[in-house]
Design a protein around this ligand. Structure first.
Ligand code: SAH
Length: 232
């Protein structure tokens, strides 16, 4: 009997924020494919692998795949295609295969590309839901993220100061993911909109977790990859 290939959502970084269902899948897995990046100094980094190790899952099941961070995604698709082939043949041999992603695996998560490819090729897949980083961020700061009639929009950091300003004026609660891509837009809007509250978060759920809503402090920050903002 073959088991569906399972995409497990790991949550934002705190190992305790995985679901019981996800944890069970990890414990049963023969192989767990984990995304990693190579730092500028050439070090292999994997937040996902660290979460899994902290959950007490044996390192022997973990296989890292390295994702290039460049904006040009051509190289990333090649990595995914190779991962697809490897995972499909392990599955064919009857192995229990898990592929993990941080936060929720279906929320700004390019790994969905492989999920779709398995489906197209009639290989059974399933996915466990996970806590996205912005929900964990709201809990950290004690925010009522949206209330009553409010509307929320979630956007990646690929927008201009004018576009962001329009959305603030329209009264939306705004979540900005991939914040490192829109430093200038955020700085400008902090100056333009004294009426709005800017909540800045980085590395939520890890030892390096940081939160502030202090405008000056936000203006002085270099936004790392794992940072996001909630504007209310
Ligand atoms: N699937 C993830 C999102 C991946 S996109 C989720 O469900 O949350 C990557 C972006 O997510 C990062 O650029 C950052 O904006 C945000 N992010 C992910 N984990 C984070 C964390 N622990 N703290 C702050 N931001 C995080």
């Amino acid at each position: 009997m073959s088991y569906p290939i399972c995409f497990v959502s790991l949550g934002p970084g705190d190992p305790e924020l995985i679901t019981l269902k996800g944890l069970k899948k990890l414990r049963q897995a023969d192989i767990i494919y984990c995304p990693a990046t190579i730092s500028k100094s050439g070090q292999l980094l994997s937040r996902a692998a660290r979460i899994i190790e902290e959950l007490g899952i044996g390192e022997s099941a973990i296989r890292l795949f390295t994702l290039p961070m460049s904006k040009d995604r051509t190289e990333a698709w090649k990595v995914y295609d190779a991962l697809y082939e490897e995972a499909a043949s392990a599955w064919d041999e009857g192995k229990k295969v898990v592929i993990v992603a941080e936060g929720d695996a279906g929320f700004y998560s390019s790994i969905q590309y492989i999920y779709d490819k398995f489906r197209e090729n009639r290989i059974e897949v399933e996915r466990t839901a996970g806590i996205p980083a912005f929900i964990a961020a709201g809990a950290l700061a004690g925010l009522h993220i949206v209330k009553q009639e409010e509307q929320i929009i979630v956007i990646p950091g690929t927008l201009t100061a004018e576009e962001l300003s329009e959305k603030i004026k329209a009264g939306y609660v705004i979540v900005i993911m991939k914040l490192s891509q829109c430093v200038e837009a955020v700085h400008t809007c902090i100056r333009l909109h004294p009426e709005a509250n800017f909540h800045y978060f980085e590395n939520v759920g890890t030892g390096k977790e940081f939160y502030t809503s202090d405008r000056k402090q936000i203006q002085g920050k270099i936004f790392p990859y794992f940072s996001l903002m909630i504007i209310q």
